[in-house]
Write a protein that binds this ligand. Structure first.
Ligand SMILES: NC(=O)c1ccc[n+]([C@@H]2O[C@H](COP(=O)([O-])OP(=O)(O)OC[C@H]3O[C@@H](n4cnc5c(N)ncnc54)[C@H](OP(=O)(O)O)[C@@H]3O)[C@@H](O)[C@H]2O)c1
Length: 342
């Protein structure tokens, strides 16, 4: 049977419920249980690894009588594997649910197959309802599943002549207030903000996401990569989250570890050395270049060696958007074809 208008509304509600859960090791998922007549009986969402999945959370609010013949509307295919919690597909079958409408297929090797299990038990299953919205909601989590690492945005601010600092190393501020406010807004959308020791030693950045002087409610975890020690009184130590320090130059190792900590989206705001290393390794999924109408000259280029020896090796980007920000211009771009290793 085709998806009804009531089920469509329930999916919109489930997508909104999903956002109440944390971003982390598990995806954000929402669920609504409808009576056969279409009334909302219960709502649920996933509160993070080790806690009940959304549909089980919703079922737990109902008596077995209420769930018999019910319709479950879920943003992700009910899972089919026993992890820290039991298979949700079986929980729905045991509850006597007659119909399941879900948005996205479960991408996991071990957890997929829930819809087959449900169908085999005689449950009517419809897949793909509002799958685009569901995909958007958990796109970062899906990236981690597919690539085994978080999504990486590499950001820098540069002069019109491509410099990231003046000759003496000062770079605050190349861009104007609108561009800097835009950076803070984007920082708050990331799970981690990453710099090299060079930036900490040169600029002593707070690495917080601010709205004017005020801290934003969402703060990325500060991450510093490199071997050199950081002063005990560095501003990063006063960040609301404890900073993570990686005494390595192995970016793949850092990304894997961050992914295992539930970090889905990182914002690289290091200096030219770290930005270049991320790009050279093919880890930059998105590039944000804030371009200011100022000239600095000198040798402090926004990027150093990214492994391009000849023009044929150039890292071509596609610009998704040019955004004017006061007197500055932001290029939001992604690699045309990411090199291997990403
Ligand atoms: N315009 C901008 O957007 C912007 C942003 C930030 C900074 N800056 C400016 O950039 C300058 C600092 O530049 P920077 O390049 O020294 O800063 P950086 O890129 O933040 O730090 C460089 C350090 O990162 C460590 N590192 C970690 N992984 C690495 C890898 N895979 N390859 C190489 N090094 C790795 C190394 O530290 P160890 O030697 O300790 O191992 C290296 O010396 C300052 O002048 C600052 O003001 C500008």
């Amino acid at each position: 049977m085709a998806v009804t208008e009531i089920e469509r509304d329930a999916m919109r509600r489930a997508l909104s419920l999903a956002t109440r859960g944390p971003r982390g090791l598990n995806p954000q998922v929402g669920a609504v249980i409808l009576s056969p007549a279409g009334e909302i009986l219960a709502e649920g969402w996933h509160r993070g690894a080790g806690t009940p999945h959304a549909e089980v959370d919703a079922l737990s609010k109902l008596t077995p009588d209420a769930t018999r013949g019910a319709i479950a509307v879920v943003t992700l295919e009910p899972c089919n594997h026993t992890g820290r919690t039991g298979p949700c597909a079986q929980a729905l079958i045991d509850a006597g649910v007659a119909r399941v409408v879900y948005a996205l297929d479960d991408p996991g090797d071990q957890s997929s197959g829930g819809s087959d299990r449900l169908r085999a038990a005689g449950v009517d299953v419809v897949a793909g309802e509002q799958s685009e919205q569901a995909h958007e909601l958990i796109a970062d989590w899906l990236t981690v599943q597919q690539r085994g690492r978080p999504h990486v945005t590499v950001k820098w601010a540069q002069s019109l002549d491509g410099r990231a600092a003046a000759s003496d190393g000062t770079s605050q501020w190349i861009t104007g207030p609108d561009a800097r406010a835009d950076v803070h807004r984007r920082r708050a959308e990331a799970d981690a903000i990453v710099v090299g020791t060079g930036t900490v030693l040169a600029d002593d950045p707070a690495l917080t996401a601010r709205d004017g002087e005020a801290l934003r409610p969402q703060q990325p975890v500060p991450v510093v990569i490199g071997a050199r020690p950081i002063p005990a009184d560095a501003a990063v130590h006063r960040h609301p989250h404890s900073p993570l320090f990686y005494d390595t130059h192995d970016l793949a190792e850092v990304l894997t570890d961050l992914g295992e900590r539930g970090v889905q989206r990182i914002f690289v705001e290091g200096g030219p050395t770290l930005a270049s290393a991320f790009i050279a390794a093919g880890f930059a999924d998105t590039v944000l270049a804030y371009i200011a109408p100022v000239l600095l000259g000198g040798d402090r280029l926004a990027l150093t060696d990214i492994g391009v020896a000849t023009i044929g090796d150039a890292r071509r980007l596609q610009v998704d958007e040019w955004v004017p920000l006061g007197a500055d211009l932001l290029a939001i771009a992604h690699p045309v074809s990411p090199p291997e290793g990403s």
